[in-house]
Design a protein around this ligand. Structure first.
Ligand code: CA
Length: 227
């Protein structure tokens, strides 16, 4: 479980990162809103984001609103010292999934993060439809235009990851993390080899070109069917 912590109070950020790590999360920390926005936009591998409301560069509400505007669905827990109802509504309207007022209880924070993670991973269990492509993680079957396509286990895992985050870039790092579980001794071109195999199966026979390579960054499954 990966979490991005965006908090400009360095001591609090360190405390959060330490507590999250002890609770079994992999925590990355940034201290400004712009960095949080940039990371969450390109890296679909975060399971949850913990955003402070008052951040230098770009405040938490703007980060949430812009990300949602780009279709980023990473669950967001907003932290704020601003306790009144109007602020809370603004935060939720901007696309935050939950809200916790400072000062908060660390155990409550961890419980809320777990709840958000659970909710979003359950939401990810059903079939994912992208254009005329359907990826079903329960039966592990793939269909395009109603015709079943046979993929290897790794190919399926990669395609499912791309489908869940369709329209967004999935980084090579996220693919390694999710599909190879962080194994480090795999050949550098192994992802490209798998992507070529996936394209040969889901695009070539249909005259489509739905997976975009972002050179050196990752891949994006397009939400509109090309070709
Ligand atoms: Ca702050």
């Amino acid at each position: 479980m990966r979490v991005l912590v965006a908090e400009d109070e360095v001591r609090l950020a360190d405390l959060l990162a330490q507590s999250l790590t002890e609770a079994g999360w992999r925590a990355d920390v940034v201290h400004d809103g712009r960095s949080a926005y940039d990371l969450l936009l390109v890296d679909a591998g975060y399971d949850v984001a913990l955003l402070d409301w008052m951040l230098p560069g770009m405040d938490g509400v703007s980060v949430a609103r812009r990300l949602r505007g780009f279709g980023v669905t990473t669950p967001i827990l907003m932290l704020t010292a601003r306790g009144d109802v109007r602020d809370r509504i603004d935060g939720l309207d901007a696309g935050a999934d939950d809200y916790l007022a400072k000062p908060f209880d660390l155990d409550e924070l961890l419980a809320r993060l777990r709840a958000l993670f659970r909710r979003s991973s359950q939401a990810g269990e059903g079939p994912v439809q992208v254009g005329d492509l359907v990826v079903d993680p329960v039966s592990r079957r793939v269909f395009r235009r109603g015709v079943e396509i046979t993929l290897s286990a790794r190919e399926f895992d990669i395609l499912h990851l791309l489908a869940v985050h369709a329209g967004r870039v999935v980084t090579r790092l996220a693919i390694l993390d999710e599909v190879w579980d962080g194994e480090t001794d795999i050949r550098s071109n192994v992802i490209d080899v798998h992507l070529a195999a996936i394209r040969a199966k889901i695009d070539k026979p249909y005259g489509t070109d739905t997976i975009t390579t972002m050179r050196g960054v990752g891949y994006r499954l397009e939400t509109t069917v090309g070709g």
